[in-house]
Design a protein around this ligand. Structure first.
Ligand code: DC
Length: 222
């Protein structure tokens, strides 16, 4: 039997990545960053120059996609078509591209299958938008992490600055609000808390407090 899976879903900038990485570290689990996978597809789409409003174009793009996630001690290393794209996919523009391509059925079907395969042995902390609802509906522990849009924009702006990228708070806030809307309103696997997920509003919580809360919940539910 495979080990447990923990899912952490929530909107952009809610702190999912930081918390998921720390939680995986604490438990000795693998961290699965599903957003990185959609970002990689977004990057490939951006570079391809294909017409993204034509679903057939995306099928072509997916057919020769070679995507690998190498879990590391810091950020996940993302290899696409033999190239390390880990930093390139982190830009705000790639966040928007990821959101766009992620609404297409063939993209979601391929990413979902890849994610399920990557987690086949369990002991995984998966984060994204639909990990608790669609990808791992049977996960043992599920969390839904949220924070106010201004707080998330503040955190995301600081994070991009730390990566050496330019980021303007007002622009990031507008992008976050657009992504919140698009990710939640789409028909396929919309951003949604699973019915059995534990909600955490971390607007006023720091990272250690969120981590402790999750560890306590996991212990309680085990
Ligand atoms: O978590 P992130 O910002 O790296 O995600 C980028 C985009 O990818 C997000 O706006 C929507 C999409 N995404 C998704 O549709 N499903 C997931 N499980 C993860 C991300």
């Amino acid at each position: 039997m495979s080990g447990p899976i923990i899912t952490i879903d929530g909107p952009s900038g809610s702190g999912k990545s930081t918390i998921s990485r720390l939680l995986a570290d604490r438990l000795g689990y693998v961290y699965l960053d599903t957003g990185a996978m959609y970002r990689a597809v977004g990057l490939k789409a951006a570079k391809s120059g294909l017409d993204l409003d034509d679903p057939a174009s995306l099928e072509v793009l997916l057919a020769d996609l070679d995507l690998q996630l190498l879990p590391g001690s810091a950020d996940t290393v993302v290899m696409m078509d033999g190239r390390d794209v880990s930093l390139e996919i982190r830009s705000a523009a790639m966040g928007m591209m990821a959101s766009k391509v992620s609404a297409y059925g063939p993209v979601r079907a391929k990413m979902t299958a890849l994610q399920q395969h990557m987690a086949r042995n369990g002991e995984v902390v998966a984060e994204g938008r639909d990990t608790g609802t669609i990808v791992f509906p049977g996960a043992r522990h599920k969390f839904y992490l949220n924070a106010s849009a201004p707080e998330r924009a503040k955190r995301r702006t600081a994070q991009l600055h730390e990566l050496g990228m330019t980021a303007n708070y007002q622009e990031i806030l507008a992008q976050i609000e657009k992504r919140d809307h698009d990710d939640s309103a789409r028909t396929l696997a919309p951003l949604r808390a699973a019915a059995d997920a534990v909600w955490i509003d971390c607007t006023k919580m720091d990272i250690p407090a969120v981590l402790q809360f999750m560890l306590d919940k996991i212990r309680e539910e085990t």
